[in-house]
Design a protein around this ligand. Structure first.
Ligand code: AFP
Length: 323
């Protein structure tokens, strides 16, 4: 089986970018080890703190953030980083070529139940004219991403990565500590009978979401004339992994729960990298009104509605929002 670095070399990935991906993955391997230790590593449970978004931080959130942050700040290729767990941009090296944004541990509520969690990351080019601590560094369209990926800490640890062409899957081989290529080209089936949404929010949904999900729930006797199944992992990384593996549609739409936060998922380090992975696997990623990759973030922690997965289904769903 082919290893990660030769695979990226054969894609002619820039050497410095390749080294940076290696740094990110060194952090993820360490996180994978800590996750696998569970209660034995003393890493379960919560801290007494909240992050910038007012969410309670789990011990593993903080550890994962510290690990990635310290490794990336030591890498001279890095100009600056942004993280779900950091209030603002963190400057690294003034002459670094790259920016890295990440959600160190997505799906925190799954930590204590031994469920799926993961690290999501994106790499962007640094903007020469701006200093390393200028948050405008990250105000770049999703189409500028040089690489995007996630590492899923499940029964096996998997890396799903794109550097612009294909979306590929690698599996961590614990016997030698490296990622081996296990799917050279992920393709999301165009159609699906599986949807993924937090149904507990249904009373807060806006009409387009209500109408779309209602049509799916009608099954064979409704307008869709087929039966749909539902899955919800409470970790975007697990839900998108399933969608990439066997198709499906994943939605986290805007709702009326909290008018100050109509959408939940973060653009820069959740929606944008996932959108690149899904698009490069033949799927679609939209807010309902526009492609996620066409959005330029106007803040590090900006939130957006997310609809992504099998392209025919996402397209069909988007009609409900544009009509
Ligand atoms: P964290 O990033 O705080 O772990 O939140 C996970 C998440 O943003 C995303 O991964 C899930 O899809 C979503 O939250 C789950 O939210 P619910 O609380 O609605 O299940």
């Amino acid at each position: 089986m082919q290893r990660l670095i030769p695979t990226l070399r054969s894609d002619q990935v820039d050497l410095e970018l390749l080294m940076l991906i290696r740094t990110v993955l060194a952090g993820c391997k360490e996180i994978s080890f800590r996750v696998s230790q569970g209660a034995l590593g003393g890493v379960l449970g919560s801290t007494l703190d909240e992050n910038i978004q007012g969410e309670q931080q789990k011990k593993l959130d903080v550890i994962a953030n510290q690990l990635l942050k310290s490794m990336l700040l030591n890498d001279t290729n890095v100009r600056a980083i942004a993280s779900e767990e950091e209030d603002s941009i963190v400057a690294a090296h003034e002459d670094g070529k790259y920016l890295v944004a990440f959600d160190p541990l997505d799906g925190s509520s799954n930590i204590d139940i031994n469920g799926q969690i993961g690290t999501i990351f994106t790499i962007l080019p640094a903007i020469k004219e701006l200093s390393a601590d200028d948050p405008k560094q990250f105000e770049q369209s999703g189409r500028n991403q040089l690489a995007a990926g996630y590492v899923l800490y499940g029964p096996s640890t998997m890396l799903v990565l794109t550097t612009g062409s294909k979306t590929r899957c690698f599996t961590l081989d614990r016997t030698h500590g490296g990622f081996l290529l296990t799917n050279d080209e992920v393709r999301v089936p165009l159609q699906t009978q599986e949807f993924s949404i937090n149904m507990a929010n249904s009373r807060f949904w806006f009409e387009p979401t209500k109408f779309y999900i209602n049509d799916l729930l009608q099954g064979e006797s409704g307008i869709r004339k087929k039966r749909f199944n539902m899955r919800w992992n409470a970790a975007m990384v697990g839900d998108i992994h399933r969608v990439l593996t066997r198709g499906g549609i994943f939605l986290y739409p805007e709702d009326k729960r909290d008018p100050a936060k109509p959408a939940k998922l973060r653009l820069l380090y959740e929606a944008m990298p996932m959108a690149m992975l899904v698009e490069n696997a033949g799927g679609k990623a939209s807010t309902g009104l526009q492609d996620i990759l066409d959005i330029t973030p106007d803040g590090l922690h900006q939130r957006v509605p997310v609809i992504m997965g099998s392209s025919d289904e996402v397209e069909r769903c988007c009609y409900y929002y544009t009509d």
